[in-house]
Design a protein around this ligand. Structure first.
Ligand code: ATP
Ligand code: MG
Length: 565
């Protein structure tokens, strides 16, 4: 018996894939968050151990292509090896110490993933930024974050140099480039020379790990700080249940990796499950490129912003046979039910929507196996208790519109952000009574499904009616002429404000008489939703103003409307 017991323990130590049941219990808040946790050493290095002991082939940890014939596949072992070297670059020549902040602005290149892991290994706080940032955006971020180091490529180095003298905290510039640049350290040279072994720092679960700038949909982006626990452990359930991932899956998240959806879909969701992260570095959005990739590569799981699905369904998908795609995800913005229906008609696949925030991660989800109610956000994602509350912090009954909020007991859920950096007043203002207030409006039905109405500022009040832009936009999208729509309030002498729709037409409708089409769309909306919501004003536009992450900036359209009076 003793021998058997010893063998059993040995087997478990070697083969039990991580402490899955522990992580699951922690994710549901049924078990305490460990005092120390680091995603690199506690999860990634364990997957690399499991990979070593597994017989037979494994999927890579990272599979990167650029569509020009270049391809990189790294196993978890290689990811571990290379990220340790990068960690030595950060703490050696870059002189970065634990707690220092580094702004990383890179396109979808493999170094992005190495740097993320290397920052975890060294305790350096990473601040991701997208490559669409301008010199001014970079300057704002460097000053606001007090980052000591910036890492970017040739494309943005001149922009950085043009503002560097104003950024007094910036000490080191590291370029990922084949050629060298004056005053910049070169990543590849340093990587070659870096020692191979690095001892991962022991981080507490509450230690800061990453600072995200929010999308800036409603104003200047805010700095949201997350910890090793909130991000490293917080996406475990989401990876397992919403994304439905296993080590046999290959996940392609099309969204820019530099915002929170990137963290969820390109790092923590898949890697917490030992899933391969697939990356296609496309220089620009190219629907045909996406379809061809899905036909050629064994991608099982696709994640993308609603705006991408809206563009994809404009194409005839019947010509493509997706090789292995089985699960589709979206989030970051509301997904119009019509787009979901068209995708299902064309591919046979349902899109599982998630609703979340940089501050909180995933708040509501549609999980596999759950009944999907198109247009709803799904149900509260564990560990959250999501409720609809009024201005006093009281829970509203089903069907009533109010603020979408998360119950916070004496202790905040560990998955929450730590704070808005440098803004304690704003951090405190998110709490009302026993609730964290998301800033979004919605309602809950009898079955616990949450229905999104709009951001608090986007709700239109016309002749005493409260109108959510999303419902009107979805109604418009059901008309074949509409590719995309944004609905905002517009001043009106009698009603105070009325509903105005900005509409991007589908290509085949672009030459039609706009007045006739506007009337037709108004009649259409009156038919498919309560007539008082129909847009009294319609303007046809070539495109809608969007954030870098592809979200419609309704506040920009609204401000323009109101400035005109
Ligand atoms: P900022 O806070 O700087 O104005 P942002 O709120 O867009 O920008 P994010 O944290 O990226 O920054 O986005 C979170 C917000 O996105 C949510 O509060 C909500 O308004 C919207 N959102 C996210 N997912 C969904 C979804 N599935 N349906 C509707 N809205 C969503
Ligand atoms: Mg926000």
């Amino acid at each position: 018996i003793q021998t058997l017991r010893r063998l059993f323990h040995q087997y478990h130590k070697t083969f039990a894939p991580l402490n899955f049941s522990d992580y699951e219990a922690i994710g549901r808040c049924e078990k305490q968050v460990p005092e120390y946790f680091n995603f690199a050493s506690d999860v990634l290095d364990k997957w690399s151990q499991i990979e070593k002991e597994r017989k037979g082939p494994s999927n890579p940890a990272l599979w990167w292509i650029n569509g020009k014939g270049d391809e990189i596949k790294w196993s978890f072992g290689e990811l571990g090896f290379l990220s340790q070297k990068v960690a030595n670059v950060l703490s050696g020549p870059c002189s970065l110490q634990r707690g220092d902040r580094v702004l990383v602005i890179l396109p979808r290149i493999p170094e992005w993933w190495l740097l993320n892991v290397a920052c975890m290994r060294t305790g350096v706080i990473i601040i991701p930024g997208t490559t669409q940032l301008t010199a001014q955006d970079i300057c704002y971020r460097l000053l606001a974050s007090k980052a000591k180091c910036i890492i970017t490529t040739d494309a943005l180095a001149p922009a950085v140099d043009s503002v560097a003298s104003k950024c007094q905290f910036l000490k080191t510039k590291l370029i990922v480039s084949e050629s060298s640049r004056a005053e910049w350290l070169n990543f590849s040279d340093l990587l070659k020379a870096a020692p191979a072994v690095h001892n991962c720092v022991k981080t507490k679960s509450q230690d800061p790990m990453v600072i995200y700038f929010t999308s800036g949909t409603t104003g200047s982006p805010k700095m949201v700080e997350h910890s090793y626990g909130s991000f490293g452990l917080g996406f475990f359930l989401c990876g397992r249940y919403w994304m439905d991932l296993t080590p046999s899956d290959i996940m392609w998240n099309i969204s820019d990796p530099a915002w929170v959806k990137g963290a969820a879909g390109s790092i923590f969701g898949p890697w917490s499950q030992g899933t391969c992260v697939f990356v296609h570095a496309m220089p620009q959005f190219d629907p045909r490129g996406i379809f061809n990739t899905l036909c050629r590569y064994p991608v099982t799981t696709l994640c993308s912003a609603p705006t991408v699905y809206r563009m994809l369904v404009q194409h005839d998908l019947s010509r493509y046979a997706f090789k292995t795609l089985r699960h589709c995800l979206t989030g970051g913005e509301p997904l119009n039910p019509e787009v979901m229906a068209q995708w299902k008609r064309q591919t046979g696949l349902t899109i599982y929507e998630g609703y979340g925030q940089t501050e909180i991660g995933v708040i509501c989800v549609n999980m596999k196996g759950m009944k999907i109610k198109p247009g709803s956000l799904g149900k509260a994602a564990p560990p959250y208790n999501v409720q609809i509350i009024d201005g006093n912090g009281s829970v509203l009954p089903p069907g009533e519109e109010g603020d979408i909020a998360i119950k916070v007991d004496a202790k905040r859920p560990f998955t929450f952000f730590t704070r808005y950096v440098g803004d304690p007043v704003k951090t405190a203002s998110t709490i009302r009574g026993n609730f964290y207030v998301t800033g979004d409006r919605g309602s809950m039905d009898e079955d616990g499904y949450i229905w999104f109405m709009g951001r608090s500022d986007d709700v239109i009040i016309s002749s005493g009616y409260r109108i959510g832009p999303f419902e009107v936009e979805s109604a418009l999208t059901e008309h074949p002429a509409v590719a995309e729509a944004a609905v905002v309030s517009s001043p009106d002498p009698i009603r105070g404000e009325v509903v105005k729709a900005f509409v991007v037409l589908s290509p085949s409708f672009k030459s039609q008489d706009p007045n006739k089409l506007a009337c037709e769309l108004q009649e259409h909306v009156k038919k498919v939703t309560a007539p008082y919501k129909y847009p009294r004003k319609i303007e046809f536009v070539q495109q809608l103003p969007k954030t870098i992450s592809g979200k419609i900036r309704r506040n920009e359209l609204r401000n323009k409307e109101w400035r005109q009076i």
